[in-house]
Design a protein around this ligand. Structure first.
Ligand code: C5P
Length: 330
């Protein structure tokens, strides 16, 4: 009504709160197949997602989500297109909600720059519940960035870039961000920007273990032995866990030895996982330090948890994430 009276455009509005989960990414194998002239490595990897993750919530910016009270003394919060960030959760303590380093805020800035009429973008506040260990090879930061893109596309409806453009924005944020947009099993190529179909997977059990030591990805790539592994030959489907494990056992994570040199505790984690009851395969994910183990069922993984727990270790057990309703088709 006010807009009609004054002839001005309506104020941006936002529905909310909205929620998105940012699932842990697991590299079932990871081959380094080559190197680009800019130093980035070409990969061939089978990526799946665990039913464990961070949770991002998006709220209208003028109100504090925890209290429902109006934001006071933060005039920047209410500007159109403004995105604020609060971080909570068991692994939230060390993270800074800083615009240059935080991938959620970098994602917001990148998307906002992509949309033309920022006057119509509702100001929002994102709350990150950080449940996954950081800098740990399971793509937590990448999954958060992808979830932030999905949230903002929902909060700023009707303004989505094409899917191709969205994927280009994603890879600008990090090599693992494109695969985290859909959070579906995928065959990853290029530096992470080439995504293809994964073999159909059986509903296996999964355990994740992180020893609490952060490992820097560039250091692991620098320390790796300078050989390349060809892309793997995979079937169209694995009908049971035994068949999947048999084929995966012949493949490698080419970053595992380098990560173990930098962080020897990873070897201990792998030994503990390998001897856990029901473990079919144990391997490191990404550039580490998180390792995963495959089991016949999610319950078998949960049953083995107590045998694996050690002081200071993060241990999660469950199944794969199957997000049929979460495809971003913009
Ligand atoms: O893309 P992202 O920021 O996750 O990568 C972190 C670092 O890991 C890069 O700066 C690069 O040193 C290394 N990296 C690489 N090849 C990839 C992915 C990452 O060399 N495909």
């Amino acid at each position: 009504a006010r807009a009609a009276r004054t002839g001005r455009r309506t104020e941006p509005t936002v529905i909310g709160p909205l929620h998105e989960s940012a699932h842990a990414k697991i590299n079932l194998y990871l081959h380094v197949t080559g190197r680009r002239p800019d130093g980035y490595h070409l990969l061939d990897s089978l990526v799946v997602f665990a039913d464990a993750g961070d949770v991002l919530s998006l709220h209208p910016a003028q109100r504090r989500p925890e209290t429902g009270r109006p934001e006071i003394g933060r005039p920047e919060i209410g500007r159109p297109g403004a995105v604020g960030l609060d971080i909570t959760g068991p692994f939230g303590a060390g993270l800074v909600a800083d615009g240059d380093s935080n991938l959620i805020l970098r994602a917001a800035r990148l998307l906002r720059a992509e949309l033309d009429d920022t006057d119509l973008l509702a100001p929002v506040r994102i709350v990150l519940e950080k449940n996954l260990p950081v800098a740990s090879g399971i793509g937590g930061g990448s999954a958060d960035a992808a979830a932030a893109l999905r949230l903002l596309l929902r909060a700023w409806p009707g303004r989505a870039p094409t899917r191709e453009r969205l994927m280009a924005l994603a890879v600008e944020l990090g090599a693992d961000v494109p695969v985290c947009i859909d959070q579906l099993p995928a065959r990853m190529g290029g530096v992470g920007e080439r995504l293809g179909p994964a073999p159909a997977l059986p509903a296996c059990g999964l355990m994740l273990v992180n020893c609490g030591e952060a490992v820097a990805t560039p250091a692991v790539f620098r320390a790796r032995a300078p050989h390349f592994t060809p892309p793997a030959a995979l079937p169209a489907a694995w009908h049971d866990v035994a068949a999947m494990v048999r084929d995966l056992a012949a493949l490698t994570n080419d970053l595992q030895d380098a990560a173990c040199m930098i962080c020897p505790t990873i070897r201990t984690v792998l030994q503990v996982l390998e001897t856990a009851p029901g473990c079919r395969l144990a391997r490191m994910s990404g550039s580490g330090a998180t390792c995963f183990a495959l089991f016949d069922t999610p319950q078998a993984a949960r049953d083995a948890r107590d045998a694996v727990r050690r002081p200071g270790w993060w241990v999660w057990a469950g199944g794969l994430h199957a997000p049929a309703d979460q495809r971003v088709t913009a």
